[in-house]
Design a protein around this ligand. Structure first.
Ligand SMILES: [Zn+2]
Ligand SMILES: [Zn+2]
Length: 389
């Protein structure tokens, strides 16, 4: 009997064609005009009800009726990276590249749509093609959040997603219960002194000097103030202050990121950052600190993970189920998982003997991973539709 894997494999050529088409025409977050038009065209041709401009440039395709309502999410955006690969399907857009594999995710989404278009099922399948996973718009919101504002999670009972991962071989998947990506917040701070002539430091309050003490205090938060068993990162990505050798500036600006798995740790870091910056006050200066909340940590739901494992064993075999390594990267799929039971699994995509890292100008993947992703998600969705969460 023909399995779902056979049917996914039969789509191989089409999947590669889609993936390469998206790869050649990458678009940055909230600029996925061509991509979303192409996605909706395919979904319509397959008989899906299609809604465009959800969360600005997102697309939602739906099939079926009533409960259960199961959603699958695929992100579509590229990165501001100049591709260095010399392949026939290399990016045709200067300075923009699919270096995180979202071209593959979108192709997998269309593959899943193709298989589920022929499948009889009870309930509703909602395919979410999401814009801007990699970045926020001018108001600080990424694609998943924007789509949620437009109601994409309404009535959803469970949501699944995948991400390609060069740490694993093609044919392998990795999935784990609990926190699998970090939460992230951004902080913007100013250390305020009083500028003047660099030859007379006694007459000024030097914000660069104050910044040195603040940096030490910030870097001691994780090592001295947090429980060593709770993962956290605080990194300064930008420090700006002064322009000239003989002028002490009035201010120094900081921009940094914080990463955490646990909201209690997040709160503690916020409080500790206030204390670290207040060192500037103790030394005669002042500060302002603004922390902008980003996305939370993805907590993979236990039931969804058990289902993915079960499907993985049935389709790929027990030997092909791996443990993902803990990572402090962030993924805005977390917004969906915060409101409904959800899980994301890693899809092995390694080019054997030629490992390519994501977010690198030479990133590429072994396209044989595409039907694996299609089969996994299509089968998982069918089982969820059949028996609920
Ligand atoms: Zn990425
Ligand atoms: Zn990504």
């Amino acid at each position: 009997m023909e399995t779902i894997f056979d049917r996914a494999n039969a789509l191989q050529e089409q999947l590669i064609a889609w993936r390469r088409e998206f790869h050649m025409h990458p678009e940055l977050g909230f600029d996925e005009i061509r991509t979303s038009a192409r996605v909706s065209e395919v979904l319509r041709s397959l008989g899906y009800r299609v809604q465009m401009a959800v969360g600005r440039t997102g697309v939602v395709g739906e099939r079926g009726e009533g409960k259960p309502l199961i959603a699958l999410r695929f992100d579509m955006d590229a990165l501001p990276i100049q591709e260095e690969n010399d392949v026939p399907y290399a990016s045709q857009i200067e300075g923009v590249m699919h270096a995180c594999g979202h071209d593959a995710h979108t192709a997998v989404g269309l593959g899943v749509a193709t298989l589920l278009a022929k499948e009889p099922f009870a309930g509703t399948i909602r395919l979410i093609f999401q814009p801007s996973e990699e970045g926020e718009d001018e108001e600080g919101f990424s694609g998943a959040y924007r789509m949620m504002q437009d109601g994409v999670m309404n009535d959803v009972e469970g949501v699944l997603a995948l991400h390609v991962d060069p740490d694993f071989a093609v044919g392998d998947i990795a999935v784990e219960e609990g926190p699998v990506s970090a939460g992230v917040d951004t902080f913007y701070a100013r250390i305020i002194g009083r500028g003047g002539h660099a030859a007379r430091p006694q007459d000024v309050v030097d914000p660069i000097h104050l910044a040195g003490h603040v940096i030490l205090a910030i870097n001691a938060i994780v090592s001295r103030r947090l429980d060593p068993f709770t993962p956290a990162v605080i990194s300064l990505g930008s420090i700006q202050g002064g322009k000239k050798d003989n002028v002490i500036p009035g201010e120094v600006e900081f921009i940094g990121t914080i990463r955490f798995m646990d909201p209690i740790v997040e709160e503690k870091i916020h409080a500790e950052l206030e204390k670290a910056f207040s060192v500037a006050r103790a030394l005669g200066g002042d500060y302002s600190l603004k922390i902008v909340k980003g996305c939370p940590s993805i907590h993979n739901d236990g039931r969804m993970v058990r289902l993915l494992r079960e499907v993985g064993v049935d389709l790929l075999g027990e030997d092909h189920l791996q443990q993902p390594e803990a990572d402090m990267g962030a993924e805005d799929f977390a917004f969906f998982c915060a409101v409904v039971p959800g899980a994301m699994f890693r899809l092995g995509c390694d080019i054997e003997g030629d490992k390519r890292e994501v977010h690198n100008p030479r990133f590429d993947l072994d396209e044989r991973c595409l039907p694996v992703g299609v089969a996994m998600l299509a089968e998982a969705a069918c089982r969820l539709l059949k028996r609920g969460i």
